[in-house]
Design a protein around this ligand. Structure first.
Ligand code: NAP
Ligand code: MG
Length: 497
């Protein structure tokens, strides 16, 4: 088990108590409190981080307000703003090894995956969004006013930033989720207070340093690590915050909506899922079998869009299940910093207990594990990649988001029934279809109630495409041009000539 060399900069970063970023300064919490973040491959303390609460959120919102209302930020040309956002992407790539190491140590994911996926996707999101700064055009029109005959009019719309945005992100892709939130917010000219997840604050705090280095003015980006119930709740409820953007559980998403009601701030939500992944016998099985496995096992199943309900047409069921089970068994589970690791530990003790409780529940309910099914007997939060069969539609492992490497499979035979079964969930984030019949693929793409439908692929997150959910999977879309809607206000200007 060769261990990837630890970047000395990372050792230095984790050795010191990490302060929070407010108004361009790195400061301790007003309370002086800190919390611990852990390495999930050992369960040992990795670093101590300033614990922000309501008072710090208040200070950060004031700094953001000042930066938005009075600072140089609003006076930059869109081109200047876009170039600063682009520079953040450049700096991420210049520090790719360091950021990938921090991500691996704090979250548990394999270093090779962080380096190949999380880091370049984060940079690319800033690069993509930077181009929109100069393209936030309005439209002009000649309205008619029926009760003013003969009058002449000129009207146009303007796209303006929403103002101060609160952003609350989860721990599954710490840096990438920060990028999804910050990229569009900054390109549209907003100021931000960002709360990273308590489990994984480190890469986001390092990103804060790079954001200052890129030349984003002080106070435009404030980062307040802390707990959801204190710092997160204060941010969602704050009367001076104009919008809150949240990614995480559907349960907390509902709390965010309630908290936002005080000043009716805008809300965008990217929540959970229990996505169907459908394999037809005519699929290219060389792709479909590993594809079906990794639709769940990628990022250890800690993906909101994970394809965790596998539907296979009856005639191919046994072969696909055998293939996916073999694939699961072939995955090397180990510490993220080991070179041969395919799957790291779950992010935290809490998630480990949650996922193993589902494995227990699945067994009690009568589901059968044909791969995995247990935790690894070693320190750290390791769970075997698991494939369950003999599932029933009312089982908790079939209905509820597990957020771990647990895939459940069922056969289907009736194509007409398939869409109904696939859509039988309160969620609607993603879906997958594996077939070589393009007509069938597009018909299903239309029938599936999901924000993203993958055909012959899964877990692809290009900056150009919108991402978000139907039903209880959320409100609004991230990425693509669609995200600009949620970070701008549209103003109508109407002139009588
Ligand atoms: P979570 O509680 O929804 O956490 C997401 C973010 O919300 C974190 O920054 C969290 O802070 C914050 N938060 C928690 N309670 C809050 C509140 N009352 N007000 C404002 N912010 C609050 O998710 P989790 O507990 O880490 O994971 C639980 C389950 O959520 C997972 O098993 C999974 O099913 C789902 N989940 C979904 C996604 C996704 O991408 N859709 C991501 C993560 C988790 P703290 O970290 O300090 O609690
Ligand atoms: Mg951690």
């Amino acid at each position: 088990m060769a261990i990837v060399e630890l970047d000395p900069l990372v050792r230095e970063f984790t050795a010191k108590e990490r302060p929070m970023l407010i108004g361009g300064e790195w400061v301790p919490a007003m309370s002086g409190n800190t919390f611990e973040t852990y390495d999930p491959s050992t369960g040992e303390v990795l670093a101590h981080v300033a614990e922000g609460d309501k008072a710090d959120i208040d200070r950060a919102v004031k700094a953001a307000r000042r930066a938005f209302d009075e600072g140089p930020w609003g006076k930059l040309t869109p081109s200047e703003r876009g170039r600063l956002v682009h520079r953040i992407g450049d700096l991420i790539m210049e520090h790719a090894d360091e950021l990938a190491t921090l991500e691996t140590l704090d979250n548990g994911k394999p270093f090779a995956v962080a380096k190949a996926a999380d880091i370049p996707l984060s940079a690319d999101l800033f690069w993509y969004m930077s181009g929109w700064a100069t393209k936030l055009d309005g439209r002009t029109t000649e309205p008619h006013v029926p009760y003013k005959p003969g009058s002449e009019w000129h009207a146009y719309t303007r796209r303006e930033p929403v103002g101060v945005v609160g952003q609350i992100i989860p721990w599954n892709f710490p840096l990438l989720m920060a990028a999804w939130k910050l990229g569009p917010a900054l390109s549209c000219g907003n100021a931000v207070v960002l709360k990273p997840a308590e489990q994984t604050p480190l890469s986001v705090l390092r990103l804060g340093e790079l954001i200052l280095e890129a030349g984003i003015p002080p106070g435009v980006v404030n980062i307040v690590p802390g707990y959801g119930e204190t710092a997160g709740a204060a941010l969602a409820a704050h009367p001076d915050v104009d919008k809150v953007a949240f990614t995480g559980s559907t349960e907390v998403g509902k709390l965010i909506v309630e908290a936002a009601a005080g000043n009716l701030k805008k809300v965008s939500l990217e929540l959970g899922g229990k996505s169907p992944n459908i394999v037809f016998p005519d699929a290219d099985m060389e792709k479909a079998i590993p594809g079906a496995a990794m639709a769940t096992f990628f990022n250890h199943g800690q993906c909101c869009i994970a394809g965790t309900r596998l539907f296979v047409q009856k005639s191919a069921f046994d072969d696909v299940v055998a293939g996916v089970a073999d694939h699961a068994k072939s995955l090397k589970v180990g510490p993220g910093m080991a070179e041969d690791t395919d799957m790291g530990p779950l992010v935290s003790k809490e998630q480990f207990e949650r996922v193993t409780a589902y494995l227990q529940k699945g067994a009690t309910e009568g589901a059968r594990a044909v791969a995995g099914g247990r935790a690894l007997e070693r320190p750290g939060y390791f769970v075997e990649p698991t494939l369950l069969v003999d599932t029933e539609p009312d089982m908790s492992i079939w209905r509820e988001e597990i957020f771990g490497p647990v895939l459940a499979a069922t056969p289907f035979d009736d194509l007409d029934e398939l869409a109904r079964q696939a859509n039988d969930t309160p969620y609607g984030l993603g879906a997958g279809v594996w077939t070589q019949d393009i007509s069938k693929a597009h018909k299903l793409a239309k029938l599936l109630k999901a924000g993203t439908v993958y055909v012959n692929t899964y877990n692809i997150f290009p900056a150009e495409m919108p991402f978000g959910g139907y039903k209880e999977s959320g409100w609004g879309r991230e990425m693509g041009p669609e995200v600009l809607e949620s970070y701008t206000e549209t103003k109508s200007v109407i002139c009588e000539l």
